[in-house]
Structures are given as structure tokens and as C-alpha cells.
Ligand binder design. Structure first.
Ligand code: AMP
Length: 282
């Protein structure tokens, strides 16, 4: 497994045999089973697998969140070696954004609601770094998690709009046995907060149960989730949503095909989770 910090070495490996297929998994490190599920899928579908590990400063709108983001590069590389990864790119900040850098990728409507509304500039940072990763790796396929549902929708849109020559593969959310969606941020939860964090999954389950019993009015689904969150003393609701899975616009009336999503602060840690009901987005 090659571990490198430079664009040049990634290019050299990629161009070694241009006919081989490459799967790319962009990450911010501190890897868990969620990331590894993407790696395994990429391993099964491509000749070569590349992983980037970069805590992208321009997608953080809060300095404290960026500073507190966990980092464990050596352990991550060990895990990736075990999974048969071929290439890891872990660049320093100035390799991605050299002095004088001034090019950014901005998407319009799709970045306005949900995470985009709560985290100004977030998707500008995400789209910019992922566009750069696509240009550096030139992957055949790129793997992302449904955990970040809006990110997946935004990046699909970017690939369409800018005609990136690759296939986007969106993989299901991997959860802890008790239902908590895996996230590098879970490491920051204290033990009572770890218990309280189950409220996200509980709220989604409650809304799913209503939906399954035929109570599908979008406003009712939002209220159901909100009430479950508000009953948890350690939780502070950022948003709940019952939206169209493609456009991400909030639904009114009956929600036959719906992305239920939410962001909730548990103490100082902001967690997100979602379910898609009524069939997959793809
Ligand atoms: P991150 O390191 O948080 O930027 O995540 C890197 C990739 O892993 C993103 O495409 C995420 O959506 C995906 N991912 C993170 N957590 C999970 C999870 N629990 N299940 C599936 N994919 C995930």
C-alpha cells in the first residue's frame, strides 16, 4: 500500500496502467465500519482502491468543530492495509490549497436547505475538495455513504453538471448494534451522551412506524420526530425534515417517497441521521 502526501505520487500511481479501474473513497479519517463498508464495496468492484484522508478545513463553519475533529492517521493506515487498499493520500492543507488558491465549486438550490442552511459554506467546501479529489485520482467509481444524504445528492448533481467521467456509488448507513449511526464524532460523546444519542434513531423509527401504519402526512412525520427528540433532556434539535429524496425540498401533504432527516446536538456534538422511506433514492 502506497501512503503519500503529494498529488504527484497519486497521479503517478493512477497513470501507471491507465486501463485499470480505480475506486476512490474520500474520507476525513478516524475510520470506522461505515468507512470500511465503502472500502470493501470498492475493493470488490475495482482493480485498484484509493482512499483520501483529509480533514477539509473549508467545509467546517465552526472553528471548535474543526479543532475537535478526531485524527488518527497511523491507525487508519493499518486498517486500510488490512482491507487491501492500494493507495492512501493524506495531504497537508497546503497540498490541497496551495498559497494563492482561489477556485471554489458552488452549487445552487440543492445546497440551500437542511445541512446547507445550518452550516453556511459547508457544501462549497465539500464540492470544492471532492472536485479536486476527482481531478487528482481520476477514479472510475467514487463511493459515498447515505449517512450524509444531502452530500450524496449535492455531489451527484455536481458530477452531472460538470460531466465528471465517473460513476457515483452511494452505500447504506452502517449502524452500531443499538441503532446509532456510526460517525467519527461519536468518539466525542461522554457515556451519558452516548446513551442520549440513540434518540436520533428512535425518532426516525417512530416516524417510520407512523408511515407504515398509513399516517404519511409530511407535517405529522416531522412532528413525530420532533416530539421524540424534545423528550430527551440532553438533546437539542437543530432541524427535522421530511423532504423529497432527490430535490431535498420539504414535502407538504402525503409523503409516499420521503427522506426523513435530522441534525441534533447531544451536548457539544452535532449528529445527523436519516431514513429513506418508499424506495431507494437511486
Ligand atoms: P467522513 O470521513 O465523515 O467524511 O465520511 C467519509 C465517507 O464515509 C462519506 O461518504 C460518509 O457518508 C461515509 N460514512 C460515514 N459514516 C458512515 C456510516 N455510518 N455508514 C455509511 N457510510 C458512512
Amino acid at each position: 500500500m502506497i501512503v503519500t502526501t503529494t498529488v504527484q505520487e497519486v497521479r503517478a500511481a493512477r497513470r501507471d496502467d491507465p486501463w485499470l479501474t480505480w475506486g476512490l473513497i474520500p474520507t476525513m479519517g478516524t475510520l470506522h465500519e461505515g468507512h470500511l463498508s465503502l472500502v470493501r464495496r470498492a475493493r470488490a468492484e475495482n482493480d485498484r482502491v484509493g482512499v483520501s484522508i483529509f480533514v477539509n478545513p473549508i467545509q467546517f463553519n465552526r472553528r471548535d468543530d474543526l479543532d475537535a475533529y478526531p485524527r488518527q492517521l497511523e491507525r487508519d493506515c493499518e486498517l486500510l492495509r488490512t482491507e487491501g487498499v492500494d493507495l492512501v493520500w493524506a495531504p497537508p492543507e497546503d497540498e490541497v490549497y496551495p498559497p494563492g488558491y482561489q477556485t471554489y465549486v458552488d452549487l445552487e438550490q440543492i445546497t440551500l436547505p437542511l445541512e446547507g442552511a445550518s452550516r453556511p459554506g459547508h457544501f462549497r467546501g465539500v464540492a470544492t475538495v471532492v472536485a479536486k479529489l476527482f481531478n487528482v485520482f481520476e477514479p472510475t467509481r467514487a463511493y459515498f455513504g447515505q449517512k450524509d444524504a444531502q452530500q450524496a445528492a449535492v455531489l451527484r448533481q455536481m458530477v452531472r453538471d460538470l460531466a465528471f467521467n465517473l460513476e457515483m456509488v452511494i452505500c447504506p448507513i452502517v449502524r452500531e448494534p443499538d441503532g446509532l449511526a456510526m460517525s467519527s464524532r461519536n468518539l466525542r460523546l461522554k457515556s451519558d451522551e452516548r446513551q442520549a444519542a440513540l434518540v436520533l434513531h428512535r425518532a426516525l423509527k417512530a416516524a417510520e412506524s407512523e408511515w407504515q401504519q398509513g399516517r404519511r402526512e409530511a407535517g405529522h412525520l416531522r412532528t413525530t420526530m420532533q416530539q421524540v427528540i424534545e423528550a430527551e433532556p440532553l438533546a437539542r434539535l437543530d432541524y427535522v425534515s421530511a423532504a423529497d429524496p432527490i430535490s431535498l425540498q420539504e414535502l407538504a401533504g402525503n409523503a409516499e417517497h420521503v427522506l426523513l432527516s435530522m441534525a441534533v446536538f447531544i451536548g457539544a456534538v452535532r449528529l445527523i441521521d436519516n431514513f429513506v422511506l418508499g424506495g431507494q433514492t437511486e
